[in-house]
Ligand binder design. Structure first.
Ligand SMILES: [Ca+2]
Ligand SMILES: [Ca+2]
Length: 291
């Protein structure tokens, strides 16, 4: 190992040793999701006009889908007794001594999208969706992450919602987080996490594409769904909330001038990178590398 080797020179050395056309996975900027945190003003629902669309703490106006999103109904048409809207849950401190909707509020910003069904019978699935400005591409690893919320029972902090009284929201009706291409589901997470009452967890959907994926070139989309399964008998509502939608993409290989590298070439490249990583770690540990 040359004594002049430094950390800065390692990537160049590794790149020189890779076969033509091969590359290490390359992260790209996240794909834009419109109103990904549901923080845009919500002026068109039943929120009193004096708020100008700025949803106040501890309330849940309903009406059309949040900006940037459209409604999805499994049966193709709106379901009686279901509501889309924006929830500004506030925190336990906002509601004390009464129970909050979520202990820590929304996981991103102030708001989340709410998908609520009146009563306990459940029914067809429904939710919100949007088409993105990107198409499905080959040789990519897509990772979609969405915070899924299990709202707890409680009463809104302000009228007109507080006049609706206490909502028994015990239980959880299930969810889907779906990645679409051309409006067709290409990957999804169905109930992969089960947040406790008043808590959030992150659902993850992953998809790796090759040149043979049948939906290449079609617009990507995201759909967030309340599975609307029957809930605890006697509850006054069935609800799932979502927030903080993120879609990341990594390029898994570069298109070389003579086509993609073979699996053997990639394995060889991986072995070289691994070998140098181990060698470098040993050298650094022994203090022989300048820092
Ligand atoms: Ca948010
Ligand atoms: Ca609940």
């Amino acid at each position: 190992m040359p004594s002049q080797l430094t950390r800065a020179s390692l990537p160049l050395l590794v790149a020189c040793l890779l076969p033509p056309g091969a590359s290490v996975p390359t992260p790209a900027p996240p794909i834009d999701v419109s109103n990904a945190g549901f923080e845009e003003l919500y002026p068109n629902g039943n929120l009193p006009p004096e708020y100008g669309g700025d949803v106040p703490t501890g309330t849940f106006p309903t009406g059309p889908p949040p900006a940037g999103w459209t409604a999805y109904y499994e049966g193709g048409s709106p379901l009686p007794g279901t509501f889309l809207g924006v929830l500004h849950p506030g925190t336990a401190a906002d509601f004390a001594p009464d129970p909050p909707f979520f202990e820590l509020g929304a996981p991103e910003g102030d708001n989340a999208v709410l998908l609520y069904t009146d009563g306990d019978a459940g029914g067809l699935e429904y939710g919100v969706e949007q088409t993105l400005g990107e198409v499905l591409r080959a040789d990519r690893e897509y990772t979609l992450r969405v915070a899924v919320g299990n709202i707890g029972s409680g009463t809104a902090l302000l009228p007109p919602y507080s006049s609706l009284g206490f909502f028994d929201l015990d239980g959880f009706p299930g969810y889907r987080v779906q990645l679409l291409a051309g409006g067709v589901v290409i990957a999804e997470d169905v109930d992969g996490v089960l947040p406790a009452e008043r808590q959030w967890e992150t659902a993850t959907v992953e998809l790796v594409t090759t040149a043979s994926h049948p939906r290449l070139g079609q617009p990507l989309g995201i759909r967030l769904v309340n599975r609307n399964r029957p809930d605890v008998p006697g509850v006054t509502g069935i609800e799932v909330d979502f927030d903080d939608v993120r879609l990341e993409v990594v390029r898994t290989k570069s298109p070389g001038p003579k086509g993609a590298p073979s699996g053997v070439a990639l394995s060889l490249a991986g072995a070289i990178v691994l070998g140098f990583s181990v060698l470098f770690a040993i050298s650094a540990w022994s203090g022989r590398l300048p820092r």
